[in-house]
Design a protein around this ligand. Structure first.
Ligand code: FAD
Ligand code: NAD
Length: 472
């Protein structure tokens, strides 16, 4: 039986990063991964690289170029009449990007001497892990001083809309359409619904999104959510808040959706329907019950602040534990656990994990929202800066959105930064760094920002906290 310092189960951004960091720290490491995502071959990279972050961003970029050419080429002096989209070629590009990156992980494993054990990891007593085939037969058993579980998450299902990956699809199916549906229904106006809804709308689909909650993007700052609702609605996303899909009926190539809302029961017919109502932790086949690994009532592995489970030497990271289901959160937890196993004392502040929604304009935030802070009775000072007043924004033709910085009214510490606008996904990094260092708004205001850049908006918003914005 092979013996390791660390066995990682799952090779998504939580698991593969943990495995590489363990190996860097001199620990003999193996990683068990069962995922077969494309071409019938097992691949590393998990949800994120295969059917999540990367393919969705590839399609968002392709569809953004397409729409941008149609709407804005003329004003730049570019004649681009008759632009058309070849969906097959767009998908091939996406698949190539995914393949390059997942093969890159295999290369990194080789370089770092991480052993990839292909199969499904099943916990056994005494720190043993069975590596099983798809039918549950044991291929091999390994033993490890430490085990890191990074088995991720899978799409949540709802009874009225059973996924068949033909007419009714989850996010994985929605990344693989081979043509643009004329009409597309989406259940869930969360991150996936908005991102994938945007992709297919930009390519020509008429998109209707059903959202159970009456409020749009409830975890975003209210002002950002309001602006996002206005801009996405203007683009043509038909957002139906406070609606519940109660039944679906697939007949031929169409899906009939019955839903209830303010106007009572209604039906609409679509070519495709995406179910994007959240994700649930993935522990099937892990053997959690057999070894008494504690799960909470929603199926998440219970861990402490340092990602330790109830079992000695067994850790869990990423989507399978509490906290935001984000790739960068999974990776940071993976690194921290590896370093803890190696005797170091890493630290992650889950309160400073940035959120990004890759619509256009992009939406990004870190820290507390205005409503959270006012609910907690914390006095704040707020500075905002609209992109309409940004020189670079104007040069780019990107005038929508704003940056909002919320600071403590007494000591000026930055408590939250909220952006809706061009390049928000990149701009937010400055805010995260500032907050990690406990910066004040004055620190950002005193920092020289290059001109003309979108990041000047952060500078101006920081000046605005002290009511001394220059350009508005
Ligand atoms: P996963 O990436 O889910 O990886 C877990 C791996 O474990 C899987 O490959 C699975 O096959 C394997 N596994 C499970 N059980 C076993 C077992 N018993 N034995 C062996 N292997 C096992 N997040 C972002 O931060 N930014 C984004 O832009 C973004 N976009 C997304 C877009 C979509 C469409 C989706 C679906 C998700 C997106 N996410 C995004 C979320 C992100 O993908 C996840 O937060 C991230 O992948 C979680 O990483 P993880 O390592 O915890 O789990
Ligand atoms: P989500 O939690 O973001 O949104 C799900 C939405 O569906 C919610 O608004 C919820 O109220 C709604 N909903 C739930 N049940 C419903 C029902 N029966 N009818 C109508 N609406 C219903 O989940 P998601 O969009 O599926 O994404 C899953 C996770 O993947 C996200 O939480 C996020 O962590 C991750 N993700 C991140 C990114 C990113 O970082 N850019 C992109 C995609 C996914």
């Amino acid at each position: 039986m092979d013996n390791y310092d660390v066995v990682v189960i799952g090779a998504g951004p939580g698991g593969y990063v943990a495995a590489i960091r363990c190996a860097q720290l001199g620990l003999k490491t193996a990683c068990v991964e069962r995922g077969v995502y494309a071409e019938g071959k097992p691949t590393l990279g998990g949800t994120c690289l295969n059917v999540g972050c990367i393919p969705s961003k590839a399609l968002l970029d392709s569809s953004h170029h397409f729409e941008h050419l149609q709407l804005h080429a003329k004003e730049h002096g570019i004649d681009a009449d008759g632009v058309s989209m070849n969906v097959g070629r767009m998908q091939k590009r996406k698949d190539k990007i995914v393949k390059t990156l997942t093969m890159g992980i295999a290369g990194l494993f080789k370089k770092n001497a991480v052993t990839w054990l292909e199969g499904s990891g099943k916990l056994q007593p005494n720190h043993k892990v069975d590596v099983c085939d798809r039918d549950g037969n044991t291929l091999s058993t390994v033993v490890a001083k430490n085990i890191i579980i990074a088995t991720g998450s899978i799409p949540a299902a709802i009874p009225p809309a059973p996924v068949d990956q033909e007419n009714i699809v989850d996010s994985t199916g929605a990344l693989a359409f081979d043509s643009v549906p004329e009409t597309l229904g989406v259940i869930g106006a969360g991150v996936i619904g908005l991102e994938l809804g945007s992709v297919w709308r930009r390519l020509g689909a008429k998109v209707t999104i059903f959202e159970a909650l009456p409020e749009f993007l409830p975890s975003a700052d209210k002002a950002v959510a309001k602006e996002a609702k206005k801009l996405l609605g203007r683009q043509g996303l038909d957002l139906r808040l406070g609606t519940m899909v109660t039944a679906t009926d697939t007949a031929g190539d169409k899906v009939k959706v019955t839903y209830t809302g303010d106007d009572g029961e209604q039906t609409l017919e679509f070519d495709k329907l995406i179910v994007a109502v959240g994700r649930v932790p993935s522990t099937a086949g892990l053997g959690a019950a057999e070894v008494d690994l504690a799960l909470d009532d929603r199926g998440f592995i219970i861990v402490d602040d340092e990602c330790r489970s109830n079992l000695d030497g067994i850790y869990a990271v990423g989507d399978v534990v509490r906290g935001p289901m984000l790739a960068h959160k999974a990776s940071e937890e993976g690194i921290a656990v590896a370093e803890r196993i190696a005797g170091q004392s890493p630290h992650i502040d889950l309160g400073l994990v940035p959120w990004v929604i890759y619509t256009w304009p992009e939406i990004a935030w870190v820290g507390k929202t205005e409503q959270e802070l006012s609910g907690a009775g914390r006095p704040t000072a707020i500075g905002t800066f609209p992109f309409i007043a940004s020189g670079r924004g104007r040069a780019m033709g990107e005038l929508d959105g704003f940056i909002k910085i919320i600071a403590d009214a007494k000591d000026d510490t930055v408590l939250g930064v909220h952006i809706i606008g061009p390049g928000a996904s990149e701009l937010i990094a400055e805010a995260v760094l500032a907050m990690e260092f406990g910066a004040s708004a004055e620190d950002i205001a005193r920092t020289v920002h290059a001109h003309p850049t979108l990041s000047e908006g952060l500078h101006e918003a920081a000046l605005g906290v002290d009511s001394r914005t220059i350009h508005i």
